[in-house]
Design a protein around this ligand. Structure first.
Ligand SMILES: *Cc1c(COP(=O)(O)O)cnc(C)c1O
Length: 324
């Protein structure tokens, strides 16, 4: 018998969460951000539910190939662009759009032989300091790309570091506006947190008036997680969880005050209590750092987890019979 542990993906929740981006950014097209493996769900498992997106944004060329194999003919965007020159051949063949975030990627394009001019998303580092051209190098990069016969359209992209928190986005929006003001091309700025919290903020630039701009890039919210928890919960944003991990209680222990549980005795019972031991642990991908207190449903009743390193123990809240 296989181990009694199961991850269930909920397609209707994925479609619902995609719809939330549409409601908040009705004039923009929506990238369903897959990053890698659809935030752990698996691209094949989410694909049908996310077909209503305008495009898929991901990191891995092999995953882009899998999407084409699923017969997705719409836009695919490589968020980090290509990793070596020959990746550009695959971009030409599969019609992949790709980010350009550094000079080297422009050099590769300039040397690339193709009949198919590429659509690229030029990335501005407006303050996140991960990928992208600094504002003072952005226009020169745009001009270089614009002069290449290998490129036919240049969209403008940036990524927010603090759309989910008190620092906000204004400082990055100002940098983006200054760097792109009179440049043509589509614009995309918003990740999940910006879609939920800032999509209607004004944006100055060609053909756009709000931050939602031409494309929004919905990632974590698509999978039902509130990016600004605990300020807002998933329910506050009308997001639905897209994955349920379920298993069975395979052991029960009766603890007396002072008894401890697990490696390092990291949990100590203060009152008599009964704990259940669940067939689930980090061998199953369950995060080792998930803290004591993580909620769990036992036979539909909410209680909390105690982490004991190689098993996950569900324990009744106060030694009562909450989960029998
Ligand atoms: C991950 C990522 C997104 C989606 O971000 P979420 O915060 O998960 O919505 C959007 N754009 C880029 C460039 C990303 O790397």
């Amino acid at each position: 018998m296989p181990r009694p542990i199961l991850a269930t993906v909920h397609p209707e929740a994925l479609s619902h969460n995609l719809q939330q981006a549409r409601l908040r950014a009705p004039d923009a097209r929506v990238w369903a951000v897959v990053k890698a493996n659809a935030y752990g769900h698996g691209i094949e498992r989410v694909f049908d539910a996310l077909r209503g997106a305008d495009g898929f944004a991901l990191l891995d060329l092999a995953e882009a190939q899998r999407l084409r194999a699923l017969d997705w003919r719409g836009p695919i965007l490589l968020l980090e662009g290509v990793f070596e020159p020959r990746d550009l051949e695959l971009c030409s063949r599969l019609h992949l759009w790709h980010a350009v975030h550094c000079e080297e990627q422009i050099d590769w394009l300039a040397a690339h032989k193709t009949q198919q001019p590429h659509r690229v998303f030029l990335k501005l580092n407006s303050g996140m300091n991960r990928l992208g051209f600094r504002p003072d190098a952005f226009r020169a990069a745009w001009a270089r790309l614009n002069a290449l016969p290998q490129v036919d359209e240049i969209a403008l992209m940036t990524h927010f570091s603090d759309a989910d928190g008190p620092r906000g986005i204004a400082h990055q929006v100002a940098v983006f506006e200054a760097a792109t003001a009179d440049l043509p091309g589509e614009r995309t700025l918003c990740n999940s947190a910006a879609i939920l919290r800032h999509a209607h903020s004004p944006l100055r630039g060609e053909g756009v008036s709000t931050l939602a701009a031409d494309w929004v890039r919905e990632g974590i919210a698509l999978y039902g997680s509130a990016p600004d928890y605990p300020e807002h919960s998933a329910a506050d944003w009308d997001l639905q969880p897209t994955l349920t991990l379920s298993s069975r209680v395979i052991g029960v222990q009766h603890l007396q005050p002072g008894d401890t549980v697990g490696y390092g005795s990291t949990f100590t019972a203060e009152v008599p209590m009964r704990i259940g031991v669940v067939a689930c642990g980090y061998a199953d991908g369950y995060p080792r750092h998930a803290p004591t207190g993580t909620p769990v449903l036992v036979a539909g009743v909410r209680t909390r987890l105690h982490r004991c390193w190689w098993r996950v123990c569900a324990r009744a809240l106060s030694g009562g019979s909450a989960w029998t």
